[in-house]
Ligand binder design. Structure first.
Ligand code: GLP
Length: 259
């Protein structure tokens, strides 16, 4: 019996009334992880939803003198063909939003280089590094309108390793809005796999806005299958979903509950 089967999964859904509340709950998970283990491994994603949480984390860090140097941070996605110094690098985004303000050395961050000579090998190296570190303590993710997380698009299997993927057209369109109109967003990406994500001790999934309502309802109350990759997150040892009211609108009995 695997460890995952022995421990019943715990799922908590929190519906936040405001952006501030959503970010405050997210900060609570972040701080709790570091209190339990100062050298925790924390995986970060990019996008509009997590931007508010990262602002809250920066403010928290600026208020106190928490030494984050023992913590280890993972960047869970990158665009294929994009180097860390490229203006649209997702690792560059994380540096700007989180790592640099928190004083985390870029050399200690675990990431996949989008311009490595052999991208498949780069993904395998990434998975091996995470395994050597003993897995991830906290994965921070946000849901895509098509139910993806990271770049694990519909069709991703529960044992999918970190790998190079073709992005769904809706993901490319949604990501294009992050950058100036003249910038072409790559159509392929490297993503932390479903398997490494599910092995994390705690997954925090954020969702904001009405465009995520259907995906959240499907992830929380639909069948656990590959058509809705976020539904697979229910197989993890511990999953916390924080949704604003618009994103939670299609949940039955929306509120806070445990299984
Ligand atoms: C990017 C991330 C995904 C995330 C998505 C949601 O594509 N790679 O992990 O699900 O953004 O983005 P947003 O929060 O901007 O809606």
């Amino acid at each position: 019996m695997s460890l995952r089967q022995m421990r019943p999964p715990a799922i908590q859904v929190i519906v936040a009334r405001t952006d501030e509340e959503l970010c405050a709950w997210g900060l609570h998970c972040f701080v709790e992880t570091l209190q339990q283990r100062p050298d925790a491994v924390i995986s970060l994603t990019t996008g509009r939803t997590t931007a508010g949480l990262y602002r809250t984390v920066r403010e928290w860090h600026a208020r106190g003198q928490t030494n984050l140097s023992p913590a280890r941070f993972v960047s869970s996605e990158e665009y294929a063909g994009i180097g860390a110094d490229d203006p649209i690098s997702l690792f560059g985004w994380l540096r700007h939003e989180v790592l640099d303000p928190l004083g985390v050395s870029v050399y200690s961050a675990i990431r996949m280089s989008g311009n490595a000579a052999d991208l498949g090998n780069e993904c395998r190296r990434f998975d091996a590094t995470i395994e050597q570190m003993g897995g991830v303590d906290l994965v921070i993710q946000s849901i895509g309108a098509n139910g993806h997380f990271g770049f694990n698009e519909p069709g991703a299997t529960r044992d999918a390793p970190s790998r190079v993927v073709t992005l769904a057209p809706s993901t490319v369109r949604s990501n294009a809005a992050y950058w100036p109109p003249d910038i072409q967003v790559p159509t392929r990406g490297l993503t932390m796999g479903v398997d490494a994500t599910l092995r994390a001790r705690h997954i925090l999934l954020l969702a904001a806005g009405a465009t995520k309502a259907e995906a959240i309802a499907r992830a929380v109350q639909g069948p656990i299958d590959e058509d809705a990759p976020c539904s697979l997150l229910r197989l993890a040892p511990r999953l916390t979903i924080i949704a604003d009211e618009a994103a939670a609108a299609r949940l039955d009995g929306a509120g806070s509950w445990h299984t």
